[in-house]
Design a protein around this ligand. Structure first.
Ligand SMILES: Cc1cc2nc3c(=O)[nH]c(=O)nc-3n(C[C@H](O)[C@H](O)[C@H](O)COP(=O)(O)O)c2cc1C
Length: 338
């Protein structure tokens, strides 16, 4: 009797350990089905090059009462996209959503631009997506603060991001621009406001204007590689016609540019011909690559304010690294497609 009691306890202990271990493994990568699309939600720290579904387009949305969710699902269906819902760690109750109460949770959050409500949904990796639609309701004329939490915690480099929103009547206003500023990376396009009852045809017309399929092929074209002296550096290129022209210029053979130190903050060199330019007053930082005067490339290891056309930014060097590469004498920069 005593013996069989011990055996039972042993079996229960093993069962407990197995259950715990298996559920811990399972929580790292969850796959959910929504809108007939299999969506992979990668665990934090996932560094895979692409999402598991292999899809190009992702629709990310936050929806407190289901309206934006409905529009997000239609967009995902039209674009054959993955769908990801931002869920607040602390769900919004109807009291929280009372915008007539100046002390309600949403009123307090929207009145304080520094608030960042926590996200409760599984972490998602944006790797492998070339286009992301990002949707939310308008709260007090702006994006809900939880959207700021999301964009500040993800990298959008190389991704075209298209905001959309639903509202009682307000337009999208500056909310898309705010999100772009908070994100700090990505090619953010102007967004649009829809009513919850928007038809699929109307959405399709809007989406057709982005030429997503063609764009996605374009995005997959490789981008120029850069070497400073013998050191290869990573560059996040701008999406503009100057970069396209530069890319065309170095397609057949590498472009070697003899640079000269100037001003204690940059090296400058002639491309040998003019590229399309769209100069804007710019304050640069270490790592920035710009077009100056249409025919010269400038790479910064410090800062300067001037009218330039942005070409890109070196992402794998900090200010100290850039100073080491550029602050010790003239260099040659090689831009090539190899
Ligand atoms: C806290 C709060 C603030 C809102 N502020 C606005 C607003 O400024 N302008 C507007 O047109 N609608 C406003 N609305 C209405 C929502 O934008 C609208 O109902 C939206 O479609 C809800 O989307 P959801 O169901 O996806 O959460 C607000 C709603 C809430 C809950």
């Amino acid at each position: 009797m005593k013996k069989s009691g011990k055996a039972l306890a042993f079996v229960l202990a093993i069962a407990f350990i197995l259950t715990f271990t298996l559920s811990a493994c399972g929580s790292k990568k969850a796959t959910v089905k929504e809108n007939n699309t299999e969506q992979s939600k990668s665990g934090a720290g996932d560094t895979s090059d692409t999402n598991d579904s292999g899809k190009d387009v992702l629709v990310v949305y936050f929806s407190a009462t289901g309206t934006t969710k409905g529009v997000a699902k239609k967009i995902a269906n039209i674009t054959d996209a993955d769908l990801y819902e931002i869920v607040a760690a602390q769900k919004y109750t109807s009291d929280d959503l009372n915008y007539n109460d100046p002390d309600s949770r949403t009123s307090v959050e929207q009145n304080d631009p520094t608030v960042r409500p926590k996200i409760g949904s599984d972490e998602i990796s944006l790797d492998g997506y070339s286009t992301i639609f990002i949707g939310y309701p308008i709260w007090q004329g702006q994006e809900p603060r939880i959207m700021d939490t999301f964009v500040e915690n993800h990298k959008f480099a190389g991704i075209t991001v298209i905001p959309f929103c639903t509202s009682g009547s307000s337009s999208i206003g500056s909310s898309g621009k705010n999100l772009a500023d908070h994100a700090g990376s990505g090619n953010w396009l102007d967004g649009k406001r829809f009513s919850g009852s928007v038809s699929k045809d109307k959405l399709r017309n809007w989406i057709d204007g982005f030429h997503i399929k063609e764009k996605s092929k374009e995005d997959k074209k490789s981008m120029p590689k850069v070497r400073i002296g013998n050191k290869a550096v990573n560059v996040e290129w701008e999406d503009n016609e100057s970069v396209q022209a530069l890319r065309d210029l170095c397609t057949d053979k590498p472009l070697k540019i003899k640079m000269s130190m100037y001003g204690g903050f940059e090296q400058v060199g002639s491309i040998g011909q003019s590229l399309p330019r769209n100069d804007k007053q710019t304050t640069t930082r270490a790592g920035d690559i710009v077009l100056y005067s249409g025919n010269q490339i400038v790479v910064f290891y410090g800062s300067n304010s001037w009218a330039y056309t942005r070409l890109g930014h070196i992402t794998d060097q900090d200010a100290e690294g850039m100073a080491k590469l550029l602050g010790n004498g003239d260099v040659t920069i090689t831009i090539s497609m190899e």
